[in-house]
Design a protein around this ligand. Structure first.
Ligand code: SF4
Length: 352
């Protein structure tokens, strides 16, 4: 397939077509992905989000990769829902170090009636700070989705994780259909979708293709597509899984870029294990979003200043919320980074 043939936004991908994308020589695939990327984005801008756990651990779901599941003993410190004020302080700090989006994650099956008012206050408060808001709270019903939209939530994160065929090997307490239903409610309520998956759980290339087909064949592509590399946490059933070949990981990013040309493809969990060369290849493959801060969910994330140093070496600038960034703002971010270097800012964020 030529680079130009791939730039149309499609919703009818077949497994054979996606397999063919994966099977291309690496250089051809990367060239095609980078060509598609440049049709829709500034290739030297990367969107920067910060993720905060607003409620950590003791999750009733049994996702085999997750240290927050109450089904596994990972020694994680459990935390109740954070106070609204503390969340807003963390959001203000995230803004100071250059994040444009603040993602709040709670390890829940679904939000409870008791917790919803606090969650809505968090959305309103973060929004007032001038940040885009994103939440991941588990399954939502229609009423909750509507309330979040009315509070001003911009994005809802709900990952499909893997292909429908492989899904049962990883999670048994929530169905694939329930996940798709939550995504449908989010769309109906007019919010943007953040949805992706995880590589390295023992899935086949067809499962990676199957996940991307599910996402790309939704009526509208998710605006944000996080591609995670499994972080193997002791105590979870996937702690001893084989490493993903780094080139296979990059291939998946490239195929995601080609299939969802207008989406932000996010290099997400697992970035700590990637060297700078691999991250640079990921940006070349069309990844244009990262999580940024000391911790991602409950696992380590490269330090924010290390990220900025890499951006500088690669000539990449953080994407601004409104594309009128200037050198003054860039300098302010760099200054804030220096000040933050030794701070105890704690992003032990959760996912659902
Ligand atoms: S991934 Fe989310 S839903 Fe699954 S166990 Fe972890 S916190 Fe719970």
């Amino acid at each position: 397939m030529s680079a130009t043939a791939a730039i149309t936004t499609r919703h009818d991908w077949s497994l054979a077509e996606v397999r063919a994308l994966f099977e291309q020589p690496f250089n051809d695939l990367l060239f095609q992905a980078q060509s598609v990327h440049r049709q829709h984005f500034d290739a030297n801008r990367v969107q920067v989000s910060t993720l905060l756990s607003i409620k950590t651990g003791a999750c009733p779901e049994d996702c085999k990769y997750c240290p927050q599941s109450g089904h596994y003993n990972t020694g994680l410190d459990k935390e109740k829902l954070m106070e609204v004020q503390k969340v807003l302080e963390a959001a203000a700090e995230a803004k100071a170090i250059g994040s444009t989006r603040f993602c709040m994650g709670a390890a829940w099956k679904h939000p409870s009636v008791k917790d919803m008012p606090y969650v809505l206050e968090m959305v309103k408060g973060v929004k007032k700070l001038g940040l885009e808001t994103c939440m991941t709270l588990g399954r939502l019903d229609q009423e909750q989705t509507q309330a979040l939209a009315e509070a001003g939530l911009d994005y809802y994160n709900h990952n499909l994780d893997t292909s429908p065929e492989f899904y049962g090997n990883i999670i048994t307490t929530r169905t694939y259909g329930e996940r798709l239903q939550t995504l449908a409610y989010v769309r109906e309520a007019g919010m943007k979708i953040c949805s992706g998956g995880i590589l390295g759980m023992g899935e086949s290339v067809d499962d990676r293709a199957g996940l991307l087909i599910q996402l790309a064949n939704l009526p509208e592509h998710p605006e944000s597509v996080p591609i995670n590399m499994l972080v193997k946490v002791k105590g979870t059933p996937l702690a001893e899984e084989k490493d993903v070949d780094p080139f296979d990981f990059i291939r998946t990013l490239a195929v995601a870029r080609i299939m969802m040309p207008r989406s932000h493809v996010r290099l997400s969990a697992g970035r700590e294990a990637m060297n700078e060369q691999m991250q640079a290849l990921a940006f070349m493959a069309g990844a244009n979003s990262i999580f940024y801060g000391e911790k991602l969910l409950t696992t380590a994330n490269p330090q924010a200043d290390k990220d900025m140093a890499l951006f500088k070496r690669l000539g990449i600038k953080p994407e601004e919320r409104e594309e009128h960034a200037d050198e003054v703002h860039q300098a302010a971010i760099e200054q804030a980074l220096v000040e933050q270097r030794d701070s105890k800012l704690f992003y032990n964020a959760a996912s659902a």
